[in-house]
Design a protein around this ligand. Structure first.
Ligand SMILES: [Mn+2]
Length: 338
C-alpha cells in the first residue's frame, strides 16, 4: 500500500463517518472475511459501520464472529437502501466493478458517499476516490491487514478480527498453496495467529462441515468429469436436475472445480453449473501455471478474475455451452500443456 493511499485513508477516518462496507454478489470466504475484518477494525476505532451483502453467503461462513450482524440486501432492502443513502463512505471489497454487486449497482451509482476500493482482481474500474488495487495480493483480507498496519492500527486487532482475515486468506489461497501465497502472506498469517486467530478452528469450520448430500453431489460431479488429455484439460458439468437430486444448497459446489487440477498432467479445470432460475450456466475456471483463465473467461464467457482462477457465464443451454468451450480449446493448444 503506497503512502498516498495511507494518507488519504488516514484523513478520511480522522473524522466520524457513516460507513457502509460491501462485498461482491455470492460472497466467498475472502469477501466475508475482509468485510468483517474491516468492520471489526472500524468499530474498534469508534467509527459507525455496517456491512451489506448483495445476497446470502454460504453456511460454512456463518460461524464467523459477528457474521449475524451482516445485512442481507435481499432480506432487508429498505434498511440497506437507507444506509447506503446516508453513507458518507462506502468501502467496496473483493471486487472492482459495480457490475459485480447485482441489484446494489444502481444504488451505489447514485450514492453520494466517498468510495474506497480494496481489491486484488484485474482491470479495476474507476469509481472510487481511493483505489487500493493490487493483483499480486493473495486476497483482499491480506490487503485489509495492510490497511490496518498502514493506519498503525495493529493494536486494534482482536481475536475476532484476526480470525476473519485469517479465514479469507486461507480460502483465497486454497489453504496457502496457490501461487499468490508469498512470504508476506505467511508473515501476515503469523501475525493474525499471534493476535488470537484460532487457525485450526477456521479450517474445521470451513472444510470439515460436509453434509452427506454434498459429498454425494461431489461424487456425481467427479463421475461427470471429462478429461481431454490432448489439451491438458478436465471439465465437469452439473445439471439443475443433478443439483436437485442431491438437495443442492448454496456453497455446496465450492471447490469442486479444483479436483480437475489434482490430476497429473492437467493444467486447466472447468466446472459448468446449470442455474435454471437465472437461465444461465455458471462457469468456474482454474489453471496451473501460465495459462490465463482470466483472459479466457473475459474473451469467451462474459467473466474474468485472476490468472489462475476466474468465473464466467453462458446463456446457451448446457450442451451448447460445453460444445462451444471444447471448440475454443484448439486456439489455446500451445498454452495447454502440462
Ligand atoms: Mn478475493
Amino acid at each position: 500500500m503506497n503512502l498516498e493511499i495511507t494518507k488519504a485513508l488516514k484523513a478520511l477516518l480522522s473524522e466520524p463517518q457513516k460507513i457502509v462496507i460491501i462485498p461482491h454478489k455470492n460472497p466467498d470466504g475472502d469477501a466475508i472475511g475482509s468485510t468483517l475484518g474491516l468492520w471489526h477494525y472500524l468499530r474498534g476505532i469508534g467509527q459507525e459501520a455496517q456491512i451489506i451483502v448483495p445476497n446470502d453467503f454460504p453456511k460454512f461462513l456463518k460461524w464467523m464472529p459477528s457474521s449475524d450482524q451482516i445485512i442481507n440486501f435481499e432480506w432487508d432492502t429498505t434498511k440497506a437502501k437507507a444506509l447506503i443513502k446516508q453513507a458518507t463512505v462506502i468501502f467496496t471489497l473483493d471486487f472492482n466493478h459495480l457490475g459485480r454487486i447485482g441489484q446494489l449497482q444502481p444504488l451505489l451509482e447514485e450514492a453520494q458517499a466517498k468510495f474506497v476500493m480494496i481489491d486484488h482482481h484485474q482491470a479495476p474500474a474507476d469509481y472510487a476516490e481511493i483505489t487500493y488495487s493490487d493483483v499480486s495480493m493473495s486476497s483482499t483480507c491480506e490487503m485489509v491487514y495492510n490497511v490496518i498496519e498502514g493506519l498503525e492500527g495493529t493494536d486494534h486487532i482482536t481475536p475476532d478480527l484476526a480470525i476473519s482475515l485469517y479465514t479469507g486468506i486461507m480460502t483465497d489461497t486454497g489453504s496457502f498453496k496457490y501461487a499468490s501465497t508469498t512470504s508476506r502472506t505467511h508473515k501476515v498469517v503469523a501475525q493474525l495467529i499471534e493476535k488470537g486467530a484460532k487457525n485450526t478452528k477456521a479450517h474445521n469450520k470451513v472444510y470439515d462441515t460436509n453434509t452427506p448430500s454434498r459429498l454425494h453431489l461431489l461424487g456425481c460431479a467427479l463421475k461427470n468429469m471429462v478429461i481431454m488429455e490432448d489439451f491438458a484439460t478436465a471439465y465437469i458439468t452439473l445439471s439443475q436436475e443433478e443439483l436437485d437430486t442431491y438437495q443442492y444448497k448454496k456453497g455446496d459446489t465450492e471447490g469442486f472445480v479444483n479436483y480437475g487440477l489434482t490430476l497429473d498432467g492437467i493444467v486447466f479445470a472447468v466446472i459448468f453449473i446449470e442455474n435454471k432460475e437465472e437461465g444461465i450456466i455458471k462457469i468456474s475456471f482454474r489453471s496451473e501455471g501460465d495459462f490465463s483463465v482470466n483472459e479466457f473467461a473475459r474473451a469467451h464467457f462474459n467473466g474474468g478474475g485472476h490468472t489462475n482462477a476466474a468465473g464466467g457465464r453462458s446463456e446457451l443451454p448446457m450442451a451448447e455451452t460445453v460444445a462451444l468451450f471444447k471448440s475454443l480449446l484448439a486456439n489455446y493448444k500451445d498454452h495447454l500443456k502440462a
